[in-house]
Design a protein around this ligand. Structure first.
Ligand code: SF4
Length: 233
């Protein structure tokens, strides 16, 4: 165990998980529900825990606020989002009374995304995530294995490059699982998902997806880039 403190918070004992313990957890979590995995993360790490959201839909948020209504939800406002995404952020914030932390990026002078998307993502997204995760012990994301071939082996729990524990509670969910949960729980979705955008990022780097393509096939289409760097282990 190690002690961690945050603004206005006393020390809290956080488990130091060895690599073997993370491997054991991964094996166990393959057979657990998303709610059980989130419950474990909240018990182990809250309040030094947050989740990051792209606001393609609010499935992970719906699950997480049931375990911890005050959980911090981080959204990186790159300045390049679709208006529909920003409207979804506001709708979800109101619906759940979210503890929303907007990481707002100053609009760049030049269109770096056109010339050098790798550096654009690093400067705009990864830099803001690093700021958002300062003082945290763990974070959660809605990453799923079914989203792309490059994500097929994604773990459910892992140590990230910062040394923090990263939890992907719905890593094992199929597209049908997501659609079923949205219908069963009346979960808000970004309206662009109904117009051919099953994965939504920044406007200049997101295009619609055709039948039979990966969910993330419209991200950086035509470029040798598949990830923004937020989920690099
Ligand atoms: S997705 Fe595109 S616009 Fe957004 S940060 Fe990355 S390169 Fe820049």
């Amino acid at each position: 165990m190690s002690a961690i403190t945050g603004p206005g918070l006393g020390p809290r004992e956080i488990p130091d998980l060895a690599d073997e313990e993370l491997a054991d957890l991964n094996r166990d979590f393959e057979h657990r529900s998303a709610s059980e995995i989130i419950g474990w993360a909240v018990d182990a790490f809250a309040p030094h825990l947050c989740l990051t959201a792209s606001f393609t839909d609010a499935v992970l948020i719906d699950l997480a606020v049931k375990a911890d209504p005050g959980i911090e939800v981080v959204f990186i406002d790159t300045g390049y989002h679709f208006p529909e995404t920003l409207e979804t952020v506001e709708e979800v914030r109101r619906r759940y009374g979210l503890n929303l932390r907007m990481m707002t990026v100053a609009r760049q002078e030049e269109e770096l995304w056109a010339k050098d998307p790798e550096n654009c993502c690093s400067a705009v997204k990864v830099g803001q995530l690093d700021r958002a995760l300062a003082g945290k012990a763990a974070w959660m994301s809605g990453l799923r294995r079914a989203e792309a071939t490059t994500r097929e082996t994604a773990p459910i729990v892992v140590r990230d490059l910062r040394g923090l524990v990263k939890v992907n509670p719905i890593a094992t969910w199929s597209d049908l699982d997501v659609q079923g949960y949205i219908a069963d729980h009346d979960v808000p979705v970004n309206p662009l998902t109904l117009r051919g955008y099953p994965s939504i990022g920044c406007m200049p780097c997101t295009s619609p997806v055709g039948d039979g393509e990966d969910v993330r096939a419209g991200r950086w289409r035509g470029k040798d880039k598949t990830e923004c760097g937020l989920h690099v282990m």
